[in-house]
Design a protein around this ligand. Structure first.
Ligand code: HEM
Length: 456
């Protein structure tokens, strides 16, 4: 890798990279290296990072699913089992995706009972905001919304953490934790970490109990044939009806976890941006579009939300500037004995090298496609935004990209529509809120885990 530019020390040791990882600063460190050295950077003796479109296509979409995931994804096992997300084996991934993908298609996501359930939850959110005195901590409420929506999709009758305190506890358990360093220790010291008293893995007993209970209920219902398979939109019904064995509880828990912080954080960042005084013109433009084209009380109109260009642009711009998964998605460069090295962005890369891109840098450093890339400018997504869309990496790319993209997008569209059709929002005190991205394993969240907004 000596021909890939990077700090001199990275030729000999990965310690600098690990130091920044443990401090929760990996993303910023890599970003700074890219600013200094360019679109290809050596991070460690056996690791490199890239930001160009060519590299993203090669690493994540070559042959459809891109290069193999690294063992880093073992950190995402559920109940000790590999899921579609954490499986390293391509064949196994393909098999599982074949079973699950149908539930994540736009056709299934657009089914009325599913959309209406999401709208009901968006209205529960706006009711909370309407009834509040002063400001509302939207961070907590949006994570509740995301949890309620994703469980509605997974199990048919989902949680109601927006209203029920016992369900709220599940959201809190999944959201408010500090487990980055513990997870990293388990990854780097798998033999020692389990014996360290301060390093016990994060438990989520309430969430586990809920998932297993919801599954049992479904199985019982099926046994007494109370459900009608053909009308179902839920993932669990698909899993239970599939004749090919799948670890259904682990899979459901994984999709539940994948759908809370990502969608919750994205919505939180979107409302925070729209509520800044300097972005009041963006809020006004969004309201105008909604007033003109969206009748929230008319059945069937929810689908039309997917055709509103400005709403779409606001969401894409939020995900570009503050992607909920902004960090490296590590893969192994393929090859091996007797095979030639792969070429990424003009650099020959030896087999087995860990290669990756991080959305945070891909979205900010390609200034020719995203000029003034630090600014929140939804208009950049209007019209023919072919180049912008090709570089959009918030949901990953290739067949291992986000399966939940359609669902997440509709959840975000419905919530923003319900909010901005009825309310204006301003941030309570912009200077006091800590909305800096705080790195987790591959995701990041607002550092303060709180966002106070006034609804009028
Ligand atoms: C704004 C919201 C979301 C964002 C930004 C997001 C982002 C991502 C990204 C970047 C990946 C690829 C990770 C990698 O390659 O290592 C991914 C994978 C995945 N996401 Fe999402 N996600 C979101 C919402 C959701 C939701 C709501 C669900 C499910 C209910 C979901 C389920 C999944 C699954 C199952 C995978 C693994 C796909 C595979 O390996 O085939 N995501 N997501």
């Amino acid at each position: 890798l000596s021909h890939v530019p990077g700090p001199w020390l990275s030729r000999f040791t990965s310690l600098t990279l690990k130091y920044h990882e443990f401090r929760g600063r990996r993303r910023e460190y890599i970003h700074a290296l890219h600013r200094w050295y360019g679109p290809a950077v050596r991070l460690a003796p056996n690791e490199a990072s890239f930001t160009s479109l060519e590299a993203v296509k090669e690493v994540y979409a070559a042959g459809g699913s891109g290069y193999d995931k690294t063992e880093y994804y073992s950190l995402f096992c559920q109940f000790g089992i590999r899921t579609m997300f954490s499986t390293l084996n391509k064949e196994e991934h393909r098999r599982r995706k074949r079973i699950l993908a149908e539930r994540y298609t736009m056709t299934n996501v657009m089914r009325e009972p599913l959309l209406e359930g999401i709208q009901e939850r968006a209205r529960a959110f706006t009711a909370k905001c309407a009834n509040s005195v002063g400001s509302v901590d939207i961070y907590a409420l949006l994570h509740c919304y995301a949890l309620d929506c994703v469980t509605h999709f997974l199990f048919g009758d989902g949680l109601d953490s927006l209203c029920l305190p016992a369900n709220y506890e599940i959201m809190a358990e999944m959201t408010y934790h500090q487990s980055l360093q513990k997870n990293l220790l388990h990854y780097y010291l798998p033999r020692i970490a389990p014996y360290l008293p301060f390093c016990q893995p994060r438990h989520a007993p309430l969430a586990n109990e809920y998932v297993i209970g919801a599954m049992k209920k479904k199985v019982d219902q099926e046994a007494s044939s109370k459900t009608q398979q053909h009308e179902s939109y839920s993932l669990i019904d698909r899993l239970l009806s599939s004749m090919e064995g799948m670890p259904a509880a682990a899979e459901c828990k994984d999709h539940m976890a994948a759908g809370i912080d990502t969608t919750g954080d994205a919505l939180c960042f979107a409302i925070w941006q729209l509520s800044k005084e300097k972005h009041s013109h963006v809020q006004t433009k969004l309201k105008e579009e909604l007033r003109e084209h969206y009748r929230s009380d008319q059945a069937g109109d929810l689908r039309s939300l997917d055709r509103l260009p400005y709403l779409d642009a606001v969401i894409k711009e939020t995900l570009r500037l503050t992607p909920p998964i902004p960090m490296s998605l590590p893969r192994y460069a393929p090859g091996g004995k007797g095979k030639s090295n792969v070429v990424i962005d003009g650099y020959a890369i030896p087999a087995g090298t860990i290669v990756s891109s991080q959305a945070y840098s891909v979205h900010r450093l390609n200034q020719d496609v995203f000029p003034e890339s630090d600014r929140f400018t939804p208009d950049r997504w209007l019209g023919d935004a072919l180049d912008q869309n090709r570089l959009f990496f918030a949901f990953g790319q290739g067949s291992r990209g986000c399966t939940g993209r359609n669902l997440a997008t509709m959840e975000m569209k419905i919530l923003l529509a319900e909010v901005y059709l009825r309310f204006s929002t301003i941030n309570e005190n912009e200077d006091q809120m800590d909305m800096e991205l705080d790195d987790q394993i591959i995701s990041a969240r607002p550092r303060g885990q709180m966002c106070k907004v006034v609804f009028t």
